[in-house]
Ligand binder design. Structure first.
Ligand SMILES: Cc1ncc(COP(=O)(O)O)c(C=O)c1O
Length: 468
């Protein structure tokens, strides 16, 4: 997938797609010079700054600059940095981006992704090296479909202390993200003839698709300020919930509803799938603990590294009754067998070294700051609009004036290079909230965030002007 990046200060977009980052960076700069986006004499950012912005090694940027200097695109003078060479000439037609490859948005405020440019590269390298040095040869052989014992043990302890989960390694499975874990659990439910599942009326469409593809029948559960309600559980075999932080509306499941779901499960043998996708990110007080602790024999707790570290890792975990783990592990032997052992061992090492907790603490501060910037920008430019449930997570819901066409606002924003998501994209069944936007504030990278916010507030100010 192509990623959009801006060179700090220059607002120039670069696609760093694929593994050959140096080549991709060189191509992007050559193209920008050819197209005139980077005019002769323009100073390019210091390699350290650009490397930090792009989340790549400084040497990669320095090598790319050196190559472009050698080719005559850039010139470098002691003490005055690197500039676009005045001799750089437009030499050839620039190959056009393939039609099937959509341009990345200039500014992306859609929910769903963390700031991947702050992935702890050094810590991950250290953890991988230590893990490989310590791993027995057998670790590189086919392994247990439930995942490496080392990681299950570290995660059980981490989830107990950080999320209040009652976990032990025998009741756990490492999977390739929440999505795979959900598909595996859905497969078990279908094979057991438990085909009717309730999903929140606002939720992740992909997850509904996973459940439908597994052959389950979905019922929408109404959602209000206390989370999903329990009025439509009659006849259901299972429910999928986001208790710590309702996705995408943001509030936690209230204590009364938690108890009500847990008692329903205990009474009927129903299964609760708890999607704890961003439970680590709570800003006002200690994170809300997992629902799983109330009913460990009825809840499948599902976590992921996609928000705390990066979605590209494809690491997630299930904590569930042992029989369910065994039943979910069985079909894995016929698909991906298990999640990459090296990634698992590296994560185990990252957690045991304390670096994972340190990274999460740092990320929490960064996201909190971004949230505060978003709130300040909205209060300053569009005080008429309400932003709700901002105590946690990486997203905010901005209510639009009644009657506003959400999709038109999203289209209008796209024209100024800003990608936004409408709340309606997440709706299913009894979804009756008014028009709103779901803004993910974990992206874009730091240098482009202020630009994204000013575009957002400009679009919203126009909405208020027209509707008002
Ligand atoms: C509600 C929700 N759950 C879970 C996930 C994580 O999915 P995965 O672990 O498959 O990347 C996401 C990611 O966007 C999400 O929005």
């Amino acid at each position: 997938m192509a990623n959009g990046w801006a060179i700090s200060g220059l607002d120039l977009h670069i696609d760093l797609a694929g593994p050959r980052r140096r080549a991709a960076l060189e191509t992007a700069i050559r193209r920008a010079v050819q197209e005139g986006t980077l005019a002769p004499g323009t100073k390019v950012p210091p390699s350290r700054t650009l490397a930090a912005d792009l989340g790549i090694a400084r040497n990669t940027v320095a090598d790319a600059y050196a190559q472009l200097v050698a080719e005559g695109w850039l010139s470098s003078r002691q003490g005055s940095g690197t500039v676009v060479s005045s001799r750089a000439q437009v030499t050839a037609a620039v190959p056009r981006r393939a039609d099937y490859e959509p341009s990345p948005p200039r500014y992306d405020l859609r929910p769903g992704r963390p700031d991947v440019s702050s992935f702890p590269v050094r810590d991950w390298l250290t953890a991988t090296r230590a893990a490989l040095e310590r791993a027995p040869h057998g670790a590189l052989d086919y392994g247990d479909p439930r995942g490496r014992q080392e990681l299950r043990t570290e995660l059980a302890a981490y989830l107990g202390r950080a999320r209040g989960v009652r976990a032990d390694p025998a009741r756990m499975m490492i999977c390739s993200g929440f999505t795979q874990g959900l598909a595996l659990v859905a497969g078990v439910l279908r094979r057991q003839g438990r085909g009717r599942i309730g999903v929140e009326a606002y939720g992740h469409r992909l997850h509904r698709d996973v459940l439908t593809e597994a052959g389950l029948t979905l019922t929408g559960l109404p959602v209000d300020g206390q989370g999903a309600d329990t009025s439509r559980l009659e006849g259901l075999d299972a429910v999928l919930l986001t208790p710590a932080h309702q996705f995408p509306l943001g509030h936690p499941l209230s204590p009364e509803r938690r108890t009500a779901f847990a008692s329903w499960a205990a009474r009927t043998g129903g299964v609760i799938i708890e999607d704890d996708y961003d439970g680590e990110f709570r800003y006002d007080r200690r994170p809300v603990g997992a629902l799983q602790a109330l009913a460990p024999d009825h809840v499948v707790y599902a976590g992921t590294a996609s928000k705390t570290l990066a979605p590209g890792l494809r690491l997630g975990w299930l904590v569930a009754p042992e029989s369910l783990i065994v039943a979910a592990a069985e079909p894995r032997a016929r698909s991906d067998v298990h999640t990459s052992a090296i990634e698992q061992l590296a994560l185990a090492e990252l957690i045991s070294s304390g670096r994972f907790d340190r990274h999460v603490r740092k990320a929490r501060l960064t996201y909190r700051r971004r949230r505060d910037q978003l709130v300040a920008a909205l209060q300053h430019r569009v005080p008429a609009l309400a932003v709700t449930d901002l105590a946690a997570g990486l997203l905010a819901v901005i209510d639009l004036p009644p009657g506003t066409d959400e999709d038109a606002v999203v289209d209008q924003a796209a024209e100024s290079g800003l990608a936004l998501a409408a709340l309606g994209e997440h709706a299913f069944g009894p979804a009756d909230r008014g028009p709103a936007l779901v803004v993910g504030y974990a992206t874009p990278p730091a240098h482009a965030y202020a630009g994204a916010l000013s575009r957002l507030t400009a679009v919203l100010a126009e909405v208020v002007r027209v509707q008002g």
